[in-house]
Structure formats: C-alpha cells, structure tokens
Design a binder for this molecule. Structure first.
Ligand code: DHE
Length: 497
C-alpha cells in the first residue's frame, strides 16, 4: 500500500515536472516564434526594445498582457491574440519579467574594446568629392535593408548609398559645419560618417539597447542615452573614443533608463530625461568634468522638446494626458499642457501665428495635431486629421505644415496639409493609395517636400511645396526618415533637431 502511494507520488511529481518542462518549452518556442525577431533571441532588444524586468519597471503585467494580445500602436507591434491562447500570453508575460541568469555587462572595458577606427582622423580631404551642394544634401535612412543614401537635394539623385548598422532609430545628428553625421542603432552602435568623403570613419558600441544620441553644439562631444545598461555615454566626436560612462541613477538611488538626449546649443549643454526617475539632467559640455545638474519633474518624461530660446523644456509622459513645461534656468515647472493623445514631441515644430510663437505636434493616439501658444502655454487649436500621426514638418519659406496618419489603421496612406496662417486643413493627399506614407522633410529653400513610402519596396516622393503636385519618385527600401543638412544645422523651426 505504502509502495503504491509512493509510486503515485512519484508519478504525479513526474507528471508535474513533465508538464512544467513542456510549458517551459512552449513559452520558449512562442518567444522564438513571435518575439525574438524584434526583441532579440536573448531578450536584449533588436528593432524592438529589450524585454527584461530591469527595463519593464513602468509597464504593469496586465498592460504587458494587453500589449502582447492587442499590439502597441506607437511601436508598430502587432497583436497576437489570434495566434496565442490566454495562458500562452500569460506565460510570455511571466517569462519576460523573469531576470536573466546573468545580466550582460557593457561598461568601459566593453565600449573601449568595441571601438573601430576605419580611417585615421584628419587624413581625409576637407572638400566634398562630389559636385552637389553639400548643404542641400539629404541623408535618407532606409531601414528596409539597413542602408543610408546621400541624396542630392537639387537634382533629387542619389550621390552614394552605403550599408549601415542594423535597425537605426532616431534622427542622425550632424556636426555644426554639416560635414559629419552620426547614426545610432537600436543595439547601441554609434557610427560616424564623413559626408565629404563618403566614408564611415569610426564606430563604437556605446550600449546594448540604445535610445538616441546628441552631438554638442561645438561639435566636440557625442552623448548617447541607453535603455540598457542604464547609462549615458560620452564619446569624443572626433574618433568616437570613450570619454566617460555616467550611470543613470535617480536621486532615490534607483537606476533608470534614459528616455532621450538632445543638445541645447544656446545653453551650451546636453539635456537628458530619465525614464524611470522623475528627473531631467542638464550636462554642460564646455566643462571637461561634465557635471550633472539634476532637475526634479512632476512625472516621468518619455520625450521632450525645446522652445526656440532653449530656455523651456516641453516634456510628456506616454501614460499622461498633460505635458509639462519646465524653465531650465530656475529648474521649476511653469505650466501644464493639454496633450490628449501622447505626442511624439521630438517631431514637434514651431512657427509664428498671429504674432505669437506656437508649437505643433501630432498625437500618437488621437487623430489630432495640438497647436500650443508658447507664451501662454494654452492650446490654440486641436486640428482634426484623418488618423493619428507620428511626424510633422514645415519650413520658414512655406505657409504649409505637413503631417502623416502613420499611427492609424485606415488612413496610413494619407498626408494632411495644414495652413499655418489659418490652422485649417487645406488638402489631404493619398500619394500611393494603400501604401504607408510618412515622415516629410523640406529642401534647404523650402520649395520641395520629400515624403517616405514606408514599404520594403518603398519610395521617396518629391512634391512641389507650392502646387502640392508630385514631381519625382525614387525607389527606396523603407525610407524611415530623411534629414536635410542645412535645415538641421541651422535648426530650422520646421524640423527636428
Ligand atoms: Fe521613434 C525619433 C521615441 C517608435 C521612427 N523616436 C524618435 C525620438 C524619440 C523616439 C525619443 C527622437 C530621437 C532623436 O531623433 O534623436 N520612437 C520612440 C518611442 O518611444 C517609440 C514610440 C517606441 C520605441 O520603439 O522606442 C518609437 N520610432 C518608432 C517606430 O516604431 C518608428 C516609426 C520606426 C523605427 O525606426 O523604429 C520610429 N523615431 C523614428 C524616426 C525618428 C524617431 C524616423 C527620427 C525623426 C526625425 O525626423 O527626427
């Protein structure tokens, strides 16, 4: 009898073990089948973010469940409710909240060891090897096949096309003279490209999962913000050698991801927002010790933007309905903003409306463009668009601002043109019906607009900015963004910086 009970216990335990092993196998398989392509087989991130408890502290488990089931609009993640049962989704949630047996280290030693000097600094000629206007070039990032194209902005002809690191994200950043451009990939590679000589000159892997980079206004320093490890990394802009790793630890002692870093040229500083601590950091780049000034803020900031003087920082949290305006001089909040649908503030633009400077930003969750008076911080208008948008652009020499509906299901192919003088929609375009249209950028003189068709066999469409007619079509592989050298280095009010 006792023996029978023992056998029964052993077989129940065996069954349980076999069941757990099977469940473990199926979660591993589901992760491999549905998540690994974007988030990395090792969960350290790829084109998607790293999936580790250290990076998910602000995402509650039920929200993670919802994200896997229904997808996430803002990051283009599809939902898997039609492919996975509820318990399988829950198993994936539990899996991504389980710490890795060993957390990879990416510090001074690893960064130094990754450094590649392709070309000796100063060894290349200081004149362009092509005849196109070097200030009216576009750097086009093609994420479809991980290439970039240098495009002549007068003839709309490619000058050069080259392979980039995998999954670039964010705007490439230029030196003040427009000769060099720096790219950041989601997996931490920073590449410096010499536009005059059409050569990658140096590369360094600054992190495992990187947010974005900024180049100082004096062109001497690069600052990289990371999700993993939780750090800011200072590099010499000349050769991308490491200056310093700054661990991003909040005042409360908890470490935090970095939401974004930008340079505030007129202030001579870098500004970074922490994602898991309610803090903004200002780091003057003229001081060789790079001291950190901490500014406490009311809510976490996921993205931010500056006014024209760079005195005010306008920040937003993805889960909040209100933006915050921080006076960077006093370090105090001066106002709240009505931002209903999660703005992609890095895409905000500014112009003069009825004698007042206004800023405008699309909202990732609502089909609205918010226009805000930058003296009173009141909403002037919420302009309705056919779908929620991601990017917005204009130029000093055009009365129109262009925005996409990239974050909507039904109007992905629509571009909306807004008159900056009346805040009315003047036209909607369907450049290629059924194909996703997004991200616009103007030529140096503001006479032409370049639109991306975000498909693997996509295109760059050139429009006349006055007649709103298409004049040229260039095939490109998912051109995620395009950046005009002159508009960027002169900090045009109509584009991102
Ligand atoms: Fe971006 C810029 C944040 C998803 C394409 N994106 C930025 C910047 C931030 C940001 C903070 C400004 C950095 C800079 O230029 O230095 N992006 C986020 C997110 O939090 C979000 C919603 C989720 C995430 O995955 O991180 C997100 N972004 C995407 C995408 O899914 C896009 C559409 C495709 C992709 O390439 O990953 C995308 N983001 C872009 C582009 C820019 C960008 C093309 C540069 C815009 C510019 O013109 O300057």
């Amino acid at each position: 009898m006792m023996r029978k009970t023992l056998y029964a216990c052993i077989s129940v335990a065996g069954l349980l073990f076999a069941f757990e092993a099977a469940a473990g196998q199926s979660v591993n398989k589901n992760y491999a089948d549905f998540c690994a392509e974007c988030h990395g087989a090792d969960r350290l991130g790829g084109s998607g973010t790293a999936l580790l408890p250290e990076n998910l502290s602000r995402l509650k488990r039920p929200d993670a469940f919802k994200a896997i089931a229904e997808g996430r609009n803002a990051s283009q993640m599809p939902g898997f409710a039609d492919k996975l049962a509820k318990d399988e989704i829950q198993a994936l949630v539990d899996f991504v909240y389980t710490p890795l047996p060993e957390m990879p280290v990416w510090g001074t030693k690893e960064i130094n060891a990754s450094h590649i000097q392709h070309v000796q600094t100063g060894s290349l000629p200081g004149k362009p090897v092509f005849s196109a206007d070097p200030l009216n070039l576009f750097v086009v990032v093609e994420v479809g096949d991980h290439h970039a194209t240098i495009l002549d902005g007068d003839k709309f002809e490619p000058v050069y096309r080259f392979k980039t690191r995998f999954a670039l994200h964010g705007g490439p950043k230029f030196t003040p003279d427009g000769r060099f451009v720096y790219f950041a990939s989601r997996d931490g590679w920073i590449s410096k490209f010499d536009i005059y000589n059409l050569k990658v000159v140096a590369e360094t892997r600054a992190g495992i999962n990187t947010r974005n980079l900024a180049v100082s206004g004096d062109g001497k320093t690069v600052l990289v913000g990371n999700y993993l490890p939780h750090s800011l990394v200072l590099l010499n802009a000349e050769d991308l050698s490491l200056i310093e790793v700054i661990p991003t630890v909040g005042q409360d002692g908890k470490s935090s991801r970095v939401s974004a870093v930008y340079q505030a040229g007129p202030r001579g500083s870098f500004v970074a927002a922490l994602k898991d601590a309610k803090e903004v950091w200002e780091i003057p780049y003229g001081d060789k010790d790079f001291p950190v000034r901490r500014i406490a803020v009311d809510n976490y900031l996921d993205d931010f933007f500056f006014d024209l003087s760079y005195r005010h920082l306008i920040g937003a949290a993805r889960d909040g309905k209100k933006g915050q305006v921080i006076d960077l001089d006093s370090g105090k909040k001066v106002s709240e903003l009505d931002l209903p649908g999660m703005p992609h503030l890095g895409s905000g633009i500014t112009w003069e409306y009825q004698g007042h400077p206004v800023m405008a930003t699309p909202n990732l969750k609502e089909p609205l463009v918010s226009v805000i008076d930058m003296t009173t911080w009141q909403t002037v208008k919420q302009i309705k668009t056919p779908g929620a948008g991601f990017f917005m652009r204009s130029h000093e020499n055009t009365p129109y601002a262009w925005t996409d509906s990239f974050n909507s299901k039904d109007s992905l192919d629509v571009m909306t043109i807004i008159d900056k003088r009346t805040l009315e929609v003047v036209k909607t375009l369907r450049p290629m019906p059924g194909k996703t249209a997004a991200h616009v950028e103007f030529t140096r003189d503001g006479k032409y607009v370049l639109i991306s068709i975000w498909e693997d066999d996509g295109a760059l469409l050139v429009y006349d900015a006055a007649t709103l007619e298409e004049i040229k079509r260039l095939p490109m592989s998912k051109p995620s963004g395009k950046y005009n050298v002159y508009n960027k280095i002169t900090r045009s009010a109509g584009t991102s910086h």
